[in-house]
Write a protein that binds this ligand. Structure first.
Ligand SMILES: [Fe+2]
Length: 340
């Protein structure tokens, strides 16, 4: 595991909350709902998904940003395209890597409920992890209850001792009960204050040691693992350089929006040796996927239409769509559905 940079100080959550009150942040972050007190009834059991076929197709949806500005036509268009992506891919499972909503309107809870009912309507098992915007105007407990009670959703808020919400594991099983694949889903939180090179700075939060420990304890050895997060890990920077990564596909349209601190999740996964894929969302102009030290790092394709409505955004609409991962004995095949 890499040594922490001594010039970087990570504030505790209570310190951050105090500082946050006095700092104007972009977006709507001044309205971040406080994390709810931990409950004792959190579940710490994996969901089991039985797939009786040789391969497994997982569709990743990300960054739909419903609720951005309340324009009905935009929302309907996003729903229409999401439906088209699902019907086109016809996946065995759908994973949503966060930012289903963008916290600028105060009825995010209803928007998340509506979205959850929409996802249930396909009759395909699915799950989700929170993005940085999903719980800004909806409490994390509300988020949990919406997705835990959805009919076809395998979401689980995760064990009490693990930082964040929605840290959960899904085991994909063969017909004989053996494990085919495991999906590890992690909360990558929102923003926090850092002290870097003598200055207070705001950056994206990191994966907490308790989450890394949970993955280490929970992961089934020798069963291929796909890991899902919203905010990319620092290792995703290798996707913008050919020096460290074998490029497979995609467009590098913006800086990698990762935390400035590396807490070592990637190194732990690499050491364990069975992780085949780490997929994220969050960066709206990046769609790269490439091999980094034997693990496929991949962005999903955002499905939103509302955010960044400037000319540059319009020109980069070719990045909009959805990405599928087909797992077979040969490895992982990527299949993109790009919006026309
Ligand atoms: Fe995001």
């Amino acid at each position: 595991m890499s040594q922490p940079n001594p010039a970087v100080k990570a504030y505790t959550k209570s310190e951050w909350k105090q500082i946050e009150q006095s700092i104007p942040l972009p977006y709507c972050s001044q309205n971040i709902a406080p994390y709810s007190p931990l409950k004792e009834d959190r579940i710490d059991k994996p969901s089991i998904l039985n797939i009786y076929k040789p391969d497994f197709k997982l569709l990743q949806l990300t960054d739909l940003h419903l609720q951005w500005n309340g324009i009905k036509e935009h929302k309907e268009k996003t729903y229409r395209n999401t439906e088209m992506a699902i019907r086109k891919a016809n996946p065995d499972f759908i994973m949503i890597t966060g930012d289903m909503v963008w916290a600028c309107l105060d009825d995010n809870m209803n928007a998340l409920k509506e979205f959850s009912e929409f996802m249930d309507s396909f009759g395909i098992p699915w799950s989700a992890i929170p993005g940085n915007h999903d719980t800004q105007l909806t409490s994390a407990d509300q988020f949990d209850s919406i997705f835990e009670t959805s009919r076809n959703c395998l979401y689980c808020r995760g064990p009490e001792w693990v930082e964040g919400h929605g840290n959960h594991q899904i085991i994909v099983s063969n017909s004989d009960g053996t494990e085919k694949l495991q999906l590890i889903c992690l909360d990558s939180h929102d923003k926090r204050k850092y002290f870097i090179n003598g200055e207070d700075q705001i950056g994206y939060d990191y994966i907490y040691p308790s989450q890394i420990e949970w993955v280490r304890k929970t992961m089934i050895p020798n069963v291929p693992a796909y890991v899902f997060i919203h905010i990319p890990l620092p290792e995703f920077t290798c996707l913008s350089s050919l020096d460290n990564c074998t490029h497979l596909l995609g467009i590098n349209g913006e800086k990698i929006g990762c935390p400035p601190v590396n807490t070592g999740l990637f190194y732990m996964l690499k050491e364990k040796g069975n992780t085949k894929l780490i997929a994220c969302g969050h960066d709206h102009f990046n769609s790269m996927a490439g091999d980094c030290d034997g693990i496929l790092l991949s962005y999903g394709l955002p499905l939103d239409f509302d955010v960044y409505t400037d000319d540059a955004y319009q020109q980069r609409r070719a990045l909009r769509g959805a990405r599928s991962y087909i797992a077979s004995a040969q490895g992982i095949e990527i299949e993109d559905w790009i919006l026309e």
